[in-house]
Ligand binder design. Structure first.
Ligand SMILES: Nc1ncnc2c1ncn2[C@@H]1O[C@H](COP(=O)(O)OP(=O)(O)OP(=O)(O)O)[C@@H](O)[C@H]1O
Ligand SMILES: [Mg+2]
Length: 152
């Protein structure tokens, strides 16, 4: 069993930062590279008669801001001696994009938080992680949220 390419889905929550810490440790041990992936929804407005999608300018701004934030998180991995960390973004529904990205890029492990930005401890797992665990082609390491996060 070898882990060479680890995918870390990041929603910029504390639990996903903890997942990144674990992923860095594993990457060092296995000599794996990391990809930090953020999925964001198509920006727009829901109106009574349909959905209006944001234009290319706003889409470009969201993409640039997301990449900037991912670079900051990638710097954490670089500071922990991970050989190679790349960033990626995807537009759409989080769990399906994570599963699709992992399969297309042949990730051999996904490391993600048990919860994310919503942090509802009532649920055993957040809905993104729940679906990824069920649908991913590869193993998924679920890092539990710290107690102070899980009891929110
Ligand atoms: N949009 C996203 N892009 C990338 N990774 C994500 C995204 N959303 C969640 N994740 C990953 O999934 C983990 C769990 O988040 P999840 O969305 O399942 O829980 P939640 O936000 O607490 O609850 P929910 O979204 O179901 O209301 C996060 O720690 C992160 O690793
Ligand atoms: Mg969420």
């Amino acid at each position: 069993m070898e882990f060479k390419h680890i995918l870390v889905p990041v929603d910029f929550s504390d639990p996903s930062k903890q997942a990144l810490e674990w992923a860095c440790e594993l990457a060092r041990r296995y000599g794996a590279d990391l990809t930090l992936l953020n999925v964001y929804p198509v920006p727009g407005y829901v109106l009574p008669d349909g959905f209006v999608t944001a234009g290319p300018e706003i889409l470009g701004e969201v993409e640039a801001k997301t990449r900037e934030s991912l670079q900051e998180w990638a710097a954490i991995a670089a500071s922990q001696d991970v050989t190679q960390t790349t960033i990626a973004t995807a537009l759409g529904q989080s769990s399906s994009e994570i599963v699709r990205w992992a399969a297309e890029h042949k990730a051999d492990l996904i490391v993600m938080g048990s919860h994310g930005r919503a942090g509802l401890a009532l649920m055993l797992l957040g809905s993104t992680t729940d679906k990824v665990v069920r649908q991913a082609h590869c193993p998924v390491l679920v890092v539990p949220a710290a107690p102070h996060v899980a009891t929110k």
